[in-house]
Design a protein. Structure first.
Length: 300
């Protein structure tokens, strides 16, 4: 197989479709189809079964993918290194995070990191965990932060800090009159809820359901940072991750752990094939130390 055949085959296996492979490779769908057909012709066997317009890899393709995946990772690493050497960016760090973590954790940590490495460069980006995993696998990011462990064989997930989901209670709400854990059955204030496909938000709603409680809610949001801002504006109560809770304005809200407790982990995600450079490990150390200190202060 030629190099282009390998790239297209790998992209199709990873994306699961012609359109997805075209998106990953930044080429047209007809171009992907043409290369795939040429690869199958050269190999003398089909790599995919076409069923109702969908591609299903053959057993031979699955066996071939195991070795091609290894080769592709090496190629990505070589190209990445070559690009860095050409641009003189050996000390450039590329960091991704989910929107919530990017807003709550990165600014403070980057301030410390920038002073420690005045000659290094950093590119920051936010995205959802699924897209973050793709970026790491394609060598487009060096490290990432997420509240989810993707459980992907090509991704290494390391827990940097942990804490429980926290209720942000407007100071004038009845829930703000007390300290300590807040039972879900005692929540009377209108709830600012997360979208249905948010894993942690789903656990919160399940906790209400387990107690036979149906919270009053009119406003649904996609990020915990927005939920925090709405609580601070007095629009209702919300349950957020502990890392967002550390940035809540205590002059506007009271922070209480939810009961039953819902644990949350801050995950460092990296490619299993690409160890972090020194500048990256330093940022990880700063993030872990600052986050753990903030969580300790939150529970004090």
């Amino acid at each position: 197989m030629r190099l282009r055949h390998i790239e297209v085959f790998h992209a199709i296996m990873q994306a699961g479709s012609i359109s997805g492979a075209a998106h990953l490779l930044h080429i047209s769908q007809p171009a992907v189809t043409k290369v795939l057909q040429h690869a199958e012709l050269q190999l003398g066997m089909p790599l995919f079964d076409r069923v109702r317009g969908k591609l299903h890899p053959t057993p031979e393709a699955r066996r071939l993918f195991v070795e091609i995946d290894k080769l592709n990772r090496d190629l990505v690493a070589i190209r990445r290194l070559a690009a860095q050497l050409k641009a003189g960016d050996q000390d450039q760090l590329r960091v991704m995070a989910t929107p919530t973590l990017g807003a709550s954790l990165l600014p403070g940590a980057m301030t410390v990191w920038a002073k420690a490495f005045p000659d290094s460069r950093c590119v920051l980006a936010t995205n959802h965990t699924k897209e973050i995993v793709s970026a790491l696998l394609l060598g487009e990011a060096d490290m990432a932060l997420s509240l989810q462990d993707p459980h992907h064989p090509g991704i290494t997930a390391e827990v940097l800090a942990s804490g429980p989901m926290m209720a942000l209670c407007p100071l004038r709400s009845p829930e703000a009159r007390h300290d300590g854990a807040l039972p879900v059955a005692d929540i009377l204030t209108e709830l600012i809820a997360m979208v249905e496909d948010d894993p942690l938000g789903a656990q919160v709603m399940n906790a209400f359901g387990a107690q036979g409680v149906q919270p009053r809610t009119r406003i649904t949001v996609q990020t915990y940072q927005l939920a925090r801002a709405l609580v601070e504006s007095g629009l209702g109560l919300s349950v957020v991750d502990p890392f967002t809770a550390t940035s809540a304005d205590r002059q506007l809200v009271r922070v209480r752990p939810l009961k039953p407790s819902i644990p949350v982990h801050l995950h460092l995600l990296t490619s299993a094939k690409a160890p972090l450079p020194q500048v990256g490990r330093k940022l990880v150390k700063i993030l872990a130390e600052r986050t753990q200190a903030a969580l300790a202060a939150l529970n004090a």
